[in-house]
Design a protein. Structure first.
Length: 140
């Protein structure tokens, strides 16, 4: 306790505020996420629907991220149609409402659909993950 009091007196004299260990760790993690995890902003996400008739029947996985949103999905293609779209992982703040897009993709047979109001970033990232899954089906 006396060491802490002495440390506080020293930092007060030098005008520095001591950082707790947890605060330092949190700051380092945030810097790492920003520097390593940046793959563009959701505003820059562009969607392009692959041609379904060229995708063999199968189950394909894709992911996308545009901080602060990350999504991983599984898309099932049967007979040139999207027959399933499951969200496997969706890290978001307030964008849970965008998860209704899974049903809409199957219903409309495209990823080129309108974003959910109030969940635009999550909408774009979920749909981009779907595009990436479909594109995985085009790879030899």
């Amino acid at each position: 306790m006396k060491q802490l009091e002495a440390h506080n007196k020293i930092t007060a004299v030098h005008g520095k505020i001591p950082l707790t260990r947890n605060l330092r760790i949190t700051a380092m993690i945030l810097v790492a996420v920003v520097l390593i995890g940046c793959s563009g902003s959701p505003d820059q996400v562009q969607l392009s629907m692959p041609e379904l008739s060229k995708i063999p029947d199968g189950v394909y996985r894709g992911s996308a991220k545009a901080l602060p949103v990350i999504a991983r999905v599984e898309v099932t293609v049967t007979g040139g149609r999207i027959t399933g779209f499951r969200i496997l992982r969706h890290l978001t703040g307030q964008g849970r409402a965008a998860e209704v897009l899974a049903e809409q993709v199957v219903e409309k047979q495209t990823i080129e659909i309108d974003a959910v109001s109030g969940a635009t970033y999550s909408s774009k990232v979920i749909l981009k993950a779907g595009e990436n899954a479909l594109r995985a089906g085009l790879e030899p």
